[in-house]
Design a protein around this ligand. Structure first.
Ligand code: SF4
Length: 412
């Protein structure tokens, strides 16, 4: 299994004074004991790089640094190395301890990070020493706020406030990190991709839907070739082309039919599954499938769509998914639907959230929704993954993404 190349990981530098709790913060964020923690100031000397999966963001590189207030000749060398980390970081998290409010050291860090155009966040650590409404915490948060640095109070030791920190991180992710290809990284120039776009009563009049258009555009951007057909013409298209298609991408509604027509040696996936990877967190969506076994009639399920499109008679969200799911669990579930920008802040009443491919939402918004589900301990699955599973083709539909997954060092 290949590791994600270091350069492809979001680099998050954790900086601050000695003993502000930088190493403890990394441990709390990753929910592991990766960084050596010691009450003795100055335990971290040279910058330490830790490659991690930070859910729901994906592969990141934490850089644990020496305190910026290190002293002596060696200490000054260490501070120099710490500041050099700013040349490689995408995000800087400045950590202060509530009993050691921000001052000149932090001011220098904020100014340096801003000069380099880095996403900068503040963490007020050890709120367990005060309480979150305490004057000390508020003073520290106010200091960051006056410099337009989003900040949050946490207790790394007691792992409080960590989900909120992840949320502000998602909210302020650098734009360059959000711009991933939809499918282009799985293709080589000249590859042929067949797109299956059924034109039925649910298709809008006179045009393709946005996920189909975006996938086709991404194929063209990567100098590959796209051939779009309806499912009825797929067999004809497969016979007509001289080049073996690199993959077939279908609308999830036609999964069963398309899987039957496409030879097993041709990779097959769906627009929605590609979007689960592009916009959200494929890993947690796949994990949610395992939790379907625990669903029982009468439990609450939320179905979310990222836009308010015109609903049709056999609508996938209103009709098809509930019908399949009810049949699977052996009785009716209690469904709620949301669309567009509406999405409940508290998901704890639901047993399962089913989300569309979210072509109309940006990745930041989707990661935010994934983080709300994680916080509430609720499984969240994507339409395409659910439908592929229901039709018994999930393994096959995920396989074409394995190149990317291997690159990300993850296991399917
Ligand atoms: S936002 Fe969701 S429901 Fe709307 S077109 Fe995109 S994938 Fe479909």
């Amino acid at each position: 299994m290949l590791e994600t190349p270091k350069a492809n990981r979001l680099h998050i530098a954790i900086m601050g004074r000695r003993n502000a709790g930088k190493s403890s913060l990394i441990n709390a964020l990753t929910n592991q004991d990766l960084a050596v923690v010691s009450p003795k100031p100055g335990t971290t000397t040279d910058p330490v790089y830790k490659a991690m999966e930070l859910l729901p963001l994906g592969p990141v590189m934490f850089v644990d640094t020496a305190g910026v207030d290190d002293t002596g000749d060696l200490g000054r060398l260490r501070v120099e190395k710490t500041l050099q980390v700013l040349n490689r970081a995408d995000v800087v998290i400045i950590v202060v301890s509530v009993d050691q409010p921000p001052g000149a050291w932090e001011e220098e860090l904020v100014q340096l990070a801003k000069k380099k155009g880095l996403t900068t966040l503040g963490v007020v650590n050890k709120v367990d020493l005060s309480d979150l409404t305490g004057a000390g915490v508020q003073r520290c948060l106010g200091w960051f706020s006056a410099r337009e640095v989003p900040a949050v109070g946490v207790s790394a030791l007691q792992r409080q406030g960590i989900e909120e920190l992840k949320r502000i991180l998602i909210k302020h992710l650098p734009n360059h990190w959000l711009d991933a290809p939809i499918v282009g990284d799985l293709l080589s120039p000249g590859d042929l991709v067949i797109l299956v776009a059924p034109i039925d009563e649910s298709a809008p009049k006179g045009r393709l839907i946005l996920p189909q258009v975006q996938v086709l555009r991404d194929i063209l951007d990567h100098r590959a070739m796209g051939l779009t057909v309806q499912d009825g013409e797929l067999k004809l298209a497969l016979e007509a082309v001289k080049t073996r298609p690199r993959m077939v991408i279908t609308d999830s509604q036609a999964f069963a039919r398309v899987a039957g027509t496409t030879p097993v040696d041709i990779p097959l996936t769906s627009f929605s599954i590609l979007f689960a990877r592009y916009k959200g967190d494929l890993e947690s969506s796949l994990a949610a499938i395992n939790n379907l076994h625990g669903l029982a009639p009468g439990q609450k399920v939320l179905i979310a769509e990222g836009c308010t499109h015109h609903r049709q008679k056999k609508d996938i969200a209103q009709v098809q998914i509930p019908k399949l799911l009810d049949a699977r669990v052996g009785g009716p579930l209690e469904y709620s639907w949301v669309s567009g920008g509406e999405f409940p802040r508290n998901l704890s009443e639901f047993q399962l959230v089913i989300h569309c491919g979210a072509c109309m939402l940006n990745r930041r918004e989707m990661l935010y929704r994934v983080s709300l589900a994680r916080e509430a301990g609720v499984s969240m699955v994507n339409f395409g993954i659910l439908l592929a599973y229901m039709h018994g083709v999930l393994d096959r539909a995920i396989q074409p993404l394995s190149k990317r997954w291997e690159l990300r060092g993850e296991i399917l």
